[in-house]
Each structure stands twice: as structure tokens, then as C-alpha cells.
Ligand binder design. Structure first.
Ligand code: C5P
Length: 406
């Protein structure tokens, strides 16, 4: 056993993990035999699924011999114990890793195409998906591939690599598959991360609230909900039990344990207060409207040529209500500011008695797919330089988990 194998085996503790290794058509497929070997030697149960083109580069027999399990290649294979093989295979594993992931397969994943066994079981999965892209550098740089990767990132799919260097075609650039040993390490890191918040119950608020003026109009703000949804996704991946309470957004919720859609700040407060007694962590990402109408108009307000005055009354501060109550959960706030970012965020942290406040510039954050965050806690400032929101969410979850180790 090599050093890597023994440390990999150690890191998996006593749990018998199950992985589905998906292999698509690329010359790097031959290197995945090494990964299958390392995994199988490390107390991991490996199921292998190969696409038709992968079989042109390396035979299924290689993986059958290395993993001790039959290799699946066909959606319609007559030997399958059940006609629902695509569902069963994806349900019986803790994680799916596609290596190498070709540009074509990435495009299929991004668009939900399910025209062979591997793409079908990826679409039918209810477990995390990791992919290790490998392709020619021009294919990697092509805007179509980059668009597809952005979709996958946004869907919470973890992309490992690619690396840069000499390619099989002789060209030099980005697109080499990450080496098998590094892929094994990435899987370990993923499993360790998954345990970061296991047994923890988290409530996350996200998106804007909408405060009705009359039956057809309302007050709201520009929050897209992307940051809150990314944090919910990262918390699920870290093994937490997650309730996501969301104002109106155009987003598809991640696979959380409970999703509650609300409209107004008062509705959000009621749901949060109902959930909070059994909760360990409350992350308030929602951009809650500060005011609502003093009295909502039951009928549509008629247009006139005169100025219209609306009387507004302050909304409850949900985070403050939770964080300053007796025995609060661990509370995390978000401060989006347009000026004096750190001073304002720090003042809110103190006023709302928060162990952790996340500061970000409103103009950078709102609607964008990436963001810079500054975490403020008793230890000081921790800067998370600009990166996709899902990456920032994972860093934040990791940071939060450190409070529970102490
Ligand atoms: O609006 P403000 O800048 O004070 O928001 C800071 C934090 O307080 C955010 O985490 C936000 O979700 C929360 N908040 C709240 N209820 C409000 C206003 C803000 O929970 N009415």
C-alpha cells in the first residue's frame, strides 16, 4: 500500500463509503483505473458506469477486475436486476464522481439531457455530484463549455480541476484531468466536509420580502436570493439538517430538508420563530424590507395627478428578535452596505449581539454570481476574496463549523 493509499484509508475512518465512478469518453479514462484501484483498496465500495465512448478508451473488464463489481454501460442492459437500474444505482451510493468528464457530458449535465445510463442516473440522483473535467484547451476555453460549467456550479455540482500542462493532443494549456491521487484527496476532503455540520439543524432565510401596498403593487428590494440559496446548498453538503425560508425569488431551491416560501417580513418572522426552538444555527441572509404599509389597501389605488403619500411602519427585525432572545442559537447576520462597510457591519453585529456578521458591498453582491465577503467575529476580520457564491458559501460553512469544535 502506498503512503497516499494508507492516509486515504485512514481518513475514511471506519465508515464504509460507497461511490459511483462515472467514466466518459476521453483519453484520461485510462488514468481513472488508478483512482478505482486506490478507492477499492481504501474500504470504499466502487460501482462503475461507463459511457459508450469511454469503452473505446479502456475496457469495462479493467474496472471490473479492480473494483470487484460488474461494470454498467447500458441503460437497457438485460442482465440488470431491475428495469430501474438508473434509479437504483444512483440511490445506492453516497456520492457520484465523473472522471474524466468530457465537454459533451458536461453539456448534457448542464441541460438535463438523459440519453444513456450515466447521464440518466446523474439526473435521477439524490446525492452529491463531483466532476473532473478533461478536454482539449480550446474546448475548455470555448464560451459554450464555460457557460455550461457556470450552470453546474450554480446547481451545486463540485468541479475538480482541470489542471494545466501538456495535453494528449500535444497542445499546452488548461484541460488536463487532475491526477488520480488528487482526485482521491478531493473525495476525502468532500467526505470530511460533509461531516462538518452533521447533527446540526440550521435555519436560513434568503431572498427579499415583498410588502403589499394594494392587491397589485408592493415594496421590495433587489435581493436575488443567490447567496442564501448557495449557503443552504453548502450546509446540506456539510451534512446539516437545513430549513430554507425564502422570500420571492426566481430560483429553484436546493435539496434542503424543508423549504418554506414566504412573502412578507411578518410571515418570515412567524416561520422562523416556529422553527427556532430546535435549531443550532440561524443564518439570516434575507434582505428583509425595513418597512411595510401601515394599512394595506384592500383595493387597487387609483391613479390621479396628485402626489401620493404612503404611510410606512417599521417591520420587525427578525434576526435581532432571535439573537437577543434567551438561549439563542448561533446567529449569523449579513450586512450589505453601500458605504463605510466595516463600521456599519460591526455596529450591527454589536447591536444584534451576533457572534458572526458577514459584510459585503451591496453593489457587488446584489444579483451577481460571485461576491467578496468579510467575516467579522470576536477574532477579527477574515476576508474571502471575490469568488462564486457557492464557493463563498462553503468557506462560510467551514468557518461556522469551527465555532462548534471549540
Ligand atoms: O437590514 P440590516 O442591514 O439591519 O440587515 C442586517 C441583518 O439583519 C441581515 O442578516 C438581515 O437578514 C437581518 N434583518 C432581519 N430583519 C429585518 C432587517 C434585517 O432579520 N427586518
Amino acid at each position: 500500500m502506498t503512503m497516499h493509499e494508507s492516509s486515504f484509508r485512514q481518513s475514511l475512518c471506519n465508515e464504509k463509503k460507497r461511490i459511483l465512478l462515472g467514466i466518459t469518453g476521453g483519453i484520461a479514462a485510462y488514468k481513472v483505473a488508478e483512482l478505482a484501484h486506490v478507492l477499492s483498496q481504501s474500504a470504499v465500495a466502487v460501482q462503475t458506469v461507463m459511457t459508450r465512448s469511454a469503452c473505446q478508451f479502456i475496457t469495462p473488464l479493467t474496472f471490473q477486475s479492480l473494483t470487484g463489481n460488474p461494470v454498467h454501460t447500458d441503460l437497457w442492459e438485460s442482465s440488470a436486476s431491475s428495469s430501474m437500474a438508473h434509479i437504483n444505482l444512483s440511490r445506492e451510493v453516497d456520492v457520484i464522481m465523473i472522471a474524466p468528464a468530457s465537454a459533451d457530458f458536461i453539456a448534457k449535465l448542464a441541460h438535463g439531457i438523459a440519453d444513456d445510463l450515466l447521464s440518466t442516473l446523474c439526473l435521477a440522483r439524490n446525492c452529491p455530484l463531483l466532476i473532473a473535467p478533461a478536454m482539449n484547451r480550446q474546448m475548455w476555453e470555448n464560451p459554450a463549455t464555460q457557460r455550461n460549467l457556470a450552470i453546474l456550479r450554480n446547481d451545486g455540482i463540485r468541479i475538480i480541476g482541470p489542471a494545466s500542462g501538456i495535453q494528449a493532443c500535444g497542445e499546452i494549456g488548461m484541460g488536463r484531468m487532475v491526477e488520480p491521487v488528487e482526485l482521491a484527496e478531493a473525495i476525502t476532503a468532500f467526505w470530511q466536509n460533509k461531516r462538518l455540520l452533521s447533527n446540526k439543524k440550521i435555519v436560513i432565510t434568503a431572498g427579499p420580502t415583498f410588502e403589499a401596498i394594494d392587491p397589485v403593487r408592493g415594496l421590495t428590494n433587489k435581493s436575488s436570493g443567490k447567496m442564501g440559496y448557495a449557503i443552504a446548498q453548502a450546509a446540506v453538503e456539510a451534512g446539516a439538517n437545513v430549513t430554507l425560508v425564502s422570500g420571492p425569488t426566481g430560483l429553484t431551491p436546493p435539496a434542503v430538508d424543508k423549504f418554506v416560501a414566504v412573502i412578507s417580513a411578518n410571515e418570515m418572522l412567524a416561520v422562523v420563530q416556529h422553527e427556532i426552538p430546535s435549531v443550532d444555527i440561524f443564518i439570516s441572509v434575507a434582505a428583509v424590507a425595513d418597512y411595510r404599509l401601515a394599512t394595506m389597501n384592500a383595493q387597487k389605488i387609483k391613479k390621479t395627478n396628485h402626489n401620493l403619500t404612503l404611510e410606512l411602519t417599521p417591520n420587525p427585525d427578525i434576526l435581532m428578535a432571535i439573537a437577543t432572545a434567551q438561549n439563542p442559537p448561533f446567529c449569523v447576520g449579513f450586512a450589505a452596505e453601500t458605504e463605510n462597510l466595516l463600521e456599519n457591519a460591526q455596529a450591527k453585529r454589536i447591536k444584534k449581539r451576533l457572534p458572526l456578521m458577514v459584510a459585503n458591498w451591496a453593489q457587488n453582491a446584489i444579483g451577481s454570481d460571485d461576491n467578496e465577503l468579510i467575516l467579522l467575529d470576536d477574532m477579527g476580520e477574515h476576508v474571502l476574496p471575490r469568488a462564486p457564491k457557492i464557493e463563498q458559501a462553503k468557506h462560510l460553512i467551514k468557518h461556522i463549523s469551527t465555532f462548534f469544535k471549540q
